[in-house]
Design a binder for this molecule. Structure first.
Ligand code: SF4
Ligand code: SF4
Length: 207
Protein backbone atom coordinates (compact mmCIF):
# COMPACT_ATOMS: atom_id res chain seq x y z
CA UNK A 1 0.00 0.00 0.00
CA UNK A 2 2.81 2.38 0.99
CA UNK A 3 4.58 1.62 -2.27
CA UNK A 4 1.48 2.49 -4.37
CA UNK A 5 1.04 5.83 -2.61
CA UNK A 6 4.69 6.58 -3.25
CA UNK A 7 4.25 6.07 -7.01
CA UNK A 8 1.23 8.42 -7.16
CA UNK A 9 2.96 11.11 -5.18
CA UNK A 10 6.10 10.78 -7.25
CA UNK A 11 4.30 11.47 -10.56
CA UNK A 12 4.89 15.21 -10.33
CA UNK A 13 4.52 16.04 -14.01
CA UNK A 14 0.90 14.91 -13.90
CA UNK A 15 -0.02 16.42 -10.57
CA UNK A 16 1.63 19.82 -10.47
CA UNK A 17 -0.59 22.69 -11.66
CA UNK A 18 0.70 25.95 -13.09
CA UNK A 19 -0.81 29.31 -12.11
CA UNK A 20 -3.59 29.13 -14.71
CA UNK A 21 -4.37 25.61 -13.58
CA UNK A 22 -4.58 26.72 -10.03
CA UNK A 23 -7.03 29.46 -10.97
CA UNK A 24 -9.18 26.66 -12.46
CA UNK A 25 -11.55 28.79 -14.56
CA UNK A 26 -9.12 29.51 -17.46
CA UNK A 27 -8.70 25.76 -17.94
CA UNK A 28 -12.46 25.29 -18.00
CA UNK A 29 -12.82 27.99 -20.67
CA UNK A 30 -10.04 26.36 -22.69
CA UNK A 31 -11.91 23.07 -22.57
CA UNK A 32 -15.20 24.71 -23.51
CA UNK A 33 -13.55 26.57 -26.40
CA UNK A 34 -12.15 23.29 -27.73
CA UNK A 35 -15.60 21.69 -27.51
CA UNK A 36 -17.22 24.70 -29.20
CA UNK A 37 -14.67 24.75 -32.03
CA UNK A 38 -15.35 21.05 -32.79
CA UNK A 39 -19.05 21.80 -33.36
CA UNK A 40 -18.24 23.46 -36.71
CA UNK A 41 -15.99 20.74 -38.04
CA UNK A 42 -17.26 18.28 -40.63
CA UNK A 43 -18.73 15.29 -38.87
CA UNK A 44 -16.87 12.01 -39.37
CA UNK A 45 -19.59 9.82 -37.90
CA UNK A 46 -22.92 8.69 -39.35
CA UNK A 47 -26.20 8.30 -37.55
CA UNK A 48 -26.56 4.63 -38.29
CA UNK A 49 -29.02 2.99 -38.93
CA UNK A 50 -30.93 6.07 -40.18
CA UNK A 51 -27.95 6.99 -42.36
CA UNK A 52 -26.27 4.02 -43.97
CA UNK A 53 -22.70 4.18 -45.21
CA UNK A 54 -22.17 3.21 -48.83
CA UNK A 55 -19.42 0.63 -48.94
CA UNK A 56 -16.76 0.60 -51.63
CA UNK A 57 -15.93 -2.38 -53.86
CA UNK A 58 -13.17 -3.49 -51.49
CA UNK A 59 -15.73 -4.17 -48.75
CA UNK A 60 -16.58 -7.79 -48.01
CA UNK A 61 -20.30 -7.98 -47.25
CA UNK A 62 -22.49 -11.03 -47.56
CA UNK A 63 -21.49 -13.48 -50.29
CA UNK A 64 -23.87 -13.74 -53.26
CA UNK A 65 -24.13 -15.78 -56.44
CA UNK A 66 -23.48 -13.92 -59.69
CA UNK A 67 -26.20 -14.28 -62.32
CA UNK A 68 -25.88 -13.70 -66.05
CA UNK A 69 -29.01 -13.41 -68.18
CA UNK A 70 -31.10 -14.65 -65.30
CA UNK A 71 -28.98 -17.76 -64.63
CA UNK A 72 -26.38 -18.23 -61.96
CA UNK A 73 -22.81 -18.73 -63.21
CA UNK A 74 -22.21 -21.40 -60.60
CA UNK A 75 -21.41 -24.87 -61.93
CA UNK A 76 -21.85 -26.55 -58.55
CA UNK A 77 -18.25 -27.71 -58.39
CA UNK A 78 -18.30 -27.52 -54.60
CA UNK A 79 -14.92 -25.77 -54.22
CA UNK A 80 -16.38 -22.89 -52.23
CA UNK A 81 -18.04 -25.29 -49.80
CA UNK A 82 -14.69 -27.07 -49.36
CA UNK A 83 -12.82 -23.83 -48.73
CA UNK A 84 -15.39 -22.33 -46.36
CA UNK A 85 -13.81 -22.50 -42.87
CA UNK A 86 -17.05 -22.54 -40.82
CA UNK A 87 -18.83 -24.91 -43.28
CA UNK A 88 -21.47 -22.30 -44.04
CA UNK A 89 -22.10 -23.37 -47.65
CA UNK A 90 -24.08 -26.36 -48.82
CA UNK A 91 -25.39 -27.23 -52.25
CA UNK A 92 -27.03 -29.86 -54.34
CA UNK A 93 -25.80 -30.18 -57.93
CA UNK A 94 -27.99 -31.14 -60.86
CA UNK A 95 -27.28 -31.79 -64.53
CA UNK A 96 -28.26 -29.54 -67.40
CA UNK A 97 -28.85 -31.01 -70.81
CA UNK A 98 -29.64 -27.97 -72.96
CA UNK A 99 -26.71 -25.72 -72.06
CA UNK A 100 -22.92 -25.67 -72.39
CA UNK A 101 -22.74 -25.90 -68.64
CA UNK A 102 -22.95 -29.46 -67.43
CA UNK A 103 -24.10 -28.72 -63.91
CA UNK A 104 -25.83 -26.09 -61.89
CA UNK A 105 -26.74 -25.87 -58.23
CA UNK A 106 -30.28 -27.09 -57.81
CA UNK A 107 -30.01 -25.90 -54.22
CA UNK A 108 -27.42 -23.54 -52.85
CA UNK A 109 -27.49 -22.36 -49.27
CA UNK A 110 -25.31 -20.18 -47.09
CA UNK A 111 -25.88 -20.11 -43.37
CA UNK A 112 -25.39 -16.42 -42.63
CA UNK A 113 -24.98 -17.09 -38.92
CA UNK A 114 -21.94 -19.18 -39.72
CA UNK A 115 -20.40 -16.99 -42.42
CA UNK A 116 -17.37 -15.07 -41.20
CA UNK A 117 -17.01 -12.95 -44.38
CA UNK A 118 -13.54 -14.29 -45.03
CA UNK A 119 -14.01 -14.25 -48.82
CA UNK A 120 -12.38 -17.65 -49.32
CA UNK A 121 -15.38 -18.81 -51.38
CA UNK A 122 -14.85 -15.88 -53.72
CA UNK A 123 -11.14 -16.59 -54.00
CA UNK A 124 -11.43 -20.24 -54.89
CA UNK A 125 -14.37 -20.06 -57.28
CA UNK A 126 -13.12 -20.89 -60.78
CA UNK A 127 -16.12 -19.22 -62.43
CA UNK A 128 -16.24 -15.95 -60.50
CA UNK A 129 -19.69 -17.14 -59.59
CA UNK A 130 -19.69 -16.18 -55.93
CA UNK A 131 -18.54 -12.73 -54.80
CA UNK A 132 -18.69 -10.59 -51.70
CA UNK A 133 -21.47 -8.02 -52.06
CA UNK A 134 -21.60 -4.59 -50.37
CA UNK A 135 -24.61 -5.68 -48.28
CA UNK A 136 -24.02 -5.86 -44.53
CA UNK A 137 -27.32 -4.78 -43.02
CA UNK A 138 -29.65 -7.70 -42.35
CA UNK A 139 -31.04 -9.50 -39.34
CA UNK A 140 -33.05 -12.58 -38.49
CA UNK A 141 -35.81 -13.44 -36.07
CA UNK A 142 -35.10 -17.14 -36.24
CA UNK A 143 -32.02 -19.29 -36.88
CA UNK A 144 -33.79 -20.88 -39.86
CA UNK A 145 -34.20 -17.44 -41.47
CA UNK A 146 -30.42 -17.10 -41.48
CA UNK A 147 -30.07 -19.87 -44.05
CA UNK A 148 -30.16 -18.03 -47.36
CA UNK A 149 -31.23 -19.99 -50.43
CA UNK A 150 -30.93 -19.12 -54.09
CA UNK A 151 -33.90 -16.77 -53.84
CA UNK A 152 -31.78 -14.46 -51.69
CA UNK A 153 -28.35 -15.32 -53.02
CA UNK A 154 -28.65 -14.91 -56.78
CA UNK A 155 -27.88 -11.33 -57.85
CA UNK A 156 -27.52 -9.98 -61.39
CA UNK A 157 -23.94 -9.26 -62.40
CA UNK A 158 -24.76 -5.63 -63.30
CA UNK A 159 -25.55 -4.96 -59.64
CA UNK A 160 -22.23 -6.50 -58.66
CA UNK A 161 -20.18 -4.68 -61.28
CA UNK A 162 -18.08 -2.61 -58.83
CA UNK A 163 -16.90 -5.75 -57.02
CA UNK A 164 -16.36 -7.71 -60.25
CA UNK A 165 -14.31 -4.84 -61.69
CA UNK A 166 -12.38 -4.61 -58.43
CA UNK A 167 -11.58 -8.32 -58.59
CA UNK A 168 -10.57 -8.11 -62.22
CA UNK A 169 -8.20 -5.29 -61.36
CA UNK A 170 -6.72 -6.69 -58.15
CA UNK A 171 -6.95 -10.44 -58.30
CA UNK A 172 -4.51 -12.80 -59.96
CA UNK A 173 -2.49 -10.09 -61.62
CA UNK A 174 0.15 -12.67 -62.34
CA UNK A 175 -2.32 -15.13 -63.72
CA UNK A 176 -1.02 -16.37 -67.03
CA UNK A 177 2.41 -14.84 -66.43
CA UNK A 178 3.81 -17.16 -63.78
CA UNK A 179 1.85 -20.14 -65.05
CA UNK A 180 1.71 -20.93 -68.71
CA UNK A 181 -2.02 -20.45 -68.95
CA UNK A 182 -3.83 -21.70 -71.97
CA UNK A 183 -7.44 -21.03 -72.79
CA UNK A 184 -7.91 -24.69 -73.63
CA UNK A 185 -7.22 -25.59 -70.00
CA UNK A 186 -10.24 -23.65 -68.91
CA UNK A 187 -12.97 -25.66 -70.51
CA UNK A 188 -13.81 -27.94 -67.65
CA UNK A 189 -17.39 -26.77 -67.58
CA UNK A 190 -18.09 -27.24 -71.26
CA UNK A 191 -20.23 -30.05 -72.47
CA UNK A 192 -18.62 -30.05 -75.92
CA UNK A 193 -15.07 -30.36 -74.59
CA UNK A 194 -13.94 -32.60 -77.47
CA UNK A 195 -15.15 -30.14 -80.06
CA UNK A 196 -13.36 -27.24 -78.33
CA UNK A 197 -10.16 -29.23 -77.93
CA UNK A 198 -10.07 -29.85 -81.71
CA UNK A 199 -9.79 -26.09 -82.30
CA UNK A 200 -7.55 -25.36 -79.32
CA UNK A 201 -3.93 -24.44 -80.10
CA UNK A 202 -1.56 -27.31 -79.40
CA UNK A 203 1.31 -27.13 -76.95
CA UNK A 204 3.97 -27.19 -79.68
CA UNK A 205 2.58 -23.97 -81.16
CA UNK A 206 3.33 -22.18 -77.87
CA UNK A 207 6.94 -23.29 -77.45
S1 SF4 B 1 -17.18 -15.65 -46.89
FE1 SF4 B 1 -15.97 -17.29 -45.89
S2 SF4 B 1 -17.31 -18.02 -44.26
FE2 SF4 B 1 -18.63 -16.86 -45.65
S3 SF4 B 1 -19.45 -18.37 -47.07
FE3 SF4 B 1 -17.57 -17.55 -48.01
S4 SF4 B 1 -15.93 -18.96 -47.38
FE4 SF4 B 1 -17.70 -19.32 -46.02
S1 SF4 C 1 -16.78 -22.53 -56.28
FE1 SF4 C 1 -18.04 -21.22 -57.62
S2 SF4 C 1 -18.72 -22.57 -59.26
FE2 SF4 C 1 -17.96 -23.89 -57.61
S3 SF4 C 1 -19.82 -24.34 -56.38
FE3 SF4 C 1 -18.88 -22.54 -55.45
S4 SF4 C 1 -19.89 -20.78 -56.44
FE4 SF4 C 1 -20.31 -22.58 -57.68
Amino acid sequence: MGKVQGIIKGNKAERELNFSGKLYLPEIFKGMWFTFSQMFRKSVTLEYPEVKPVMGPEFRGRPVLVAEEGKERCVACGLCARACPPLAISMQAAEITDDQKERYPERFEIDMLRCIYCGFCEEVCPEEAIVMSPEYDYNFQDRKDAIYGKDKLVVDKELLKPRLDFLEDRRNRNFGKVYDFEESNNIHTLRNRDEVMKHAPHDEEHH
